[in-house]
Design a protein around this ligand. Structure first.
Ligand SMILES: NC(=O)C1=CN([C@@H]2O[C@H](COP(=O)(O)OP(=O)(O)OC[C@H]3O[C@@H](n4cnc5c(N)ncnc54)[C@H](OP(=O)(O)O)[C@@H]3O)[C@@H](O)[C@H]2O)C=CC1
Ligand SMILES: O=C(O)CCC(=O)C(=O)O
Ligand SMILES: [Mg+2]
Length: 473
């Protein structure tokens, strides 16, 4: 079945039932070490995960690690350009849950991203990246503890997939010609717009099904959170890209107000209901004026549309959501992408789950991680309905590779997410406790050490792993 790798002789497969993993006590879990700093981070991560599982379950549970190859390491074993061998894909498919270090993607030419390829091949449509603060972590922000968000990023669509054509290529030029001469002129709203003849072209597909399955997962996650954090914010640039980013917002609201009608309230609905609660005799028009500050300047058609919206909301959900009942529901709101970058800095505690498209989520997850200590503290998971691959937010950080210096926190915390996904909460909690205590005690790698005042002597990558284990208690 495998060409160059052999699964462990002990252990069993994780299976899936209704999209949820069924985990034996001795699961076989494939791992990819990763390029660059993967060489430092993976051994540290494996050590911490094994120690936590051993301590939490006294030997009753154990992970059997299955080394599989991708990136530079794969080329060494399988030959030139064998960056993602079939063996690796077979193993991840067979065992269902995997964890990986970062993999290099060259800029400009060269191979397409192996990371993106894995997400696509296994339809890992939700990229989940929590950004929470561990006490004592130095941060450039005054109140980093106020940020506790989870970026829920669509992982299989968008311009991020790299469906694009090079400037001057035959197909690229043909596409530009068809667009300029046929499709754009046939679409009156585009007026006389033309694509420059010397442009490269990228395609940005955003589907209704892709958007809604991501938002569905985000809402289900919100249902598990404490009441105060039960909120999903749809992040988009829909003012500019109306039929892709704007549609993502609209499809998100549509899903929330149909499939999760009883569990959710939209921000606009909450205003309408709140206005009637404060003034039970408020007219539909007055209510409309209060939810839309520019109401009086609108055309009569637009005014009528908003009045109708108010009427529809009151008729359809006043009984189920009115009289303050909406305050117990999950709040679904939306924010324009550029504004959310400043909102998470200026009003961090107002946000919880941020549901995004692929590219926006890529940017936002790095930015949010920076607030709580940087990329060394940014874990992540790529989740589908029959497979999950855990990996940090950051990349290979090549300048630090092989120095036993880099912060393994992000991959270790990705391992914590994996343990939680497997239902091994006790082991996950031990690691969170150990990591929190190590940081609070000033036992940190260079990235955090340089921010602490007065400065502390940094630990090596491997020493930080040992400090975490020491603080399991
Ligand atoms: N999922 C994946 O596998 C990903 C892969 N990549 C790929 O990684 C390669 C390098 O990308 P690059 O843009 O340099 O981004 P990286 O995320 O690899 O690194 C950028 C900088 O972030 C900081 N950083 C990253 N990881 C850590 C860590 N564990 N601990 C502490 N600090 C950290 C370092 O900053 P400083 O030097 O200031 O301390 C580092 O120089 C590219 O080929 C890219 O495509 C990128 C993102 C995700
Ligand atoms: O695949 C890559 O090289 C980059 C991926 C990335 O930045 C991400 O998923 O956050
Ligand atoms: Mg990224």
């Amino acid at each position: 079945m495998y060409d160059k790798i052999t699964p462990p002789t002990t252990g069993e497969k994780i299976t899936f039932k209704n999209g949820e993993p069924v985990v034996p006590d001795n699961p076989i879990i494939p791992f990819i070490r990763g390029d660059g700093t993967g060489i430092d981070i993976w051994p540290a991560t494996e050590k911490v995960l094994d120690a936590a599982v051993a301590k939490a379950y006294n030997g009753k549970r154990k992970i059997s690690w299955f080394k599989v190859y991708a990136g530079d390491e794969a080329c060494d074993l399988y030959g030139t350009y064998q960056y993602l061998p079939q063996d690796t894909l077979t193993a991840i498919k067979e065992y269902g849950v995997a964890i990986k270090g970062p993999l290099t993607t060259p800029v400009g030419g060269g191979i397409r991203s192996l990371n993106v390829a894995l997400r696509q091949i296994f339809d890992l449509y939700a990229c989940v990246r929590p950004c929470r603060y561990y006490a004592g972590t130095p941060s450039p922000h005054k109140n980093p503890e106020k940020l506790d968000v989870i970026v829920y990023r669509e992982n299989t669509e968008d311009i991020y997939l790299g469906i694009e054509w090079k400037q001057g290529s035959e197909i690229g030029d043909r596409l530009i010609s068809i667009l300029n001469n046929e499709l754009i002129p046939a679409t009156p709203e585009h007026g006389k717009k033309q694509i420059p003849l010397d442009a490269g072209i990228g395609i940005k597909p955003i589907s209704k099904s892709g958007s809604q399955r991501l938002v569905r997962r985000a809402i289900k996650h919100a249902l598990q959170l404490p009441k105060a954090k039960q909120q999903v914010t749809l992040v988009h640039k829909g003012n500019i890209m109306k039929y892709t980013e704007g549609a993502f917002r609209d499809w998100g609201y549509e899903l929330a107000t149909t499939e999760f009608r009883n569990e959710t309230v939209t921000e606009r609905e909450s205003w309408i209901l709140g206005n009637k609660e404060k003034n039970p005799n408020i007219s539909l028009e007055e209510n409309a004026r209060m939810i839309d500050p520019g109401f009086d300047a609108l055309t009569p058609e637009k005014k009528a549309q908003i009045v109708k919206e108010v009427e529809t909301v009151l008729n359809s959900i006043w009984t189920s959501h009115g009289d303050g009942k909406w305050k117990e529901k999950i709040m679904v709101n939306d924010r324009i992408a550029d504004s959310i970058f400043q909102q998470i800095q200026t009003r961090p505690d107002e946000y919880s789950i941020l549901a995004t498209m692929n590219l926006n989520g890529d940017y936002l997850s790095d930015a949010a991680a920076a607030i709580v200590g940087g990329l060394g503290m940014g874990p992540g998971a790529n989740i589908g309905d029959s497979c999950a691959v855990f990996e940090a937010t950051h990349g290979t950080a090549p300048k630090h590779a092989g120095l036993d210096k880099i912060n393994p926190g992000s991959v270790i915390l990705s391992g914590v997410m994996m343990l939680e996904y497997m239902g091994w909460q006790e082991a996950a909690d031990l690691i969170k406790k150990g990591l929190g205590a190590a940081i609070a005690n000033g036992e940190v790698t260079y990235d955090l050490a340089r921010l602490i005042e007065p400065p502390v002597e940094p630990l090596k990558c491997s020493e930080f792993a040992e400090a975490i284990i020491k603080h399991f208690g």
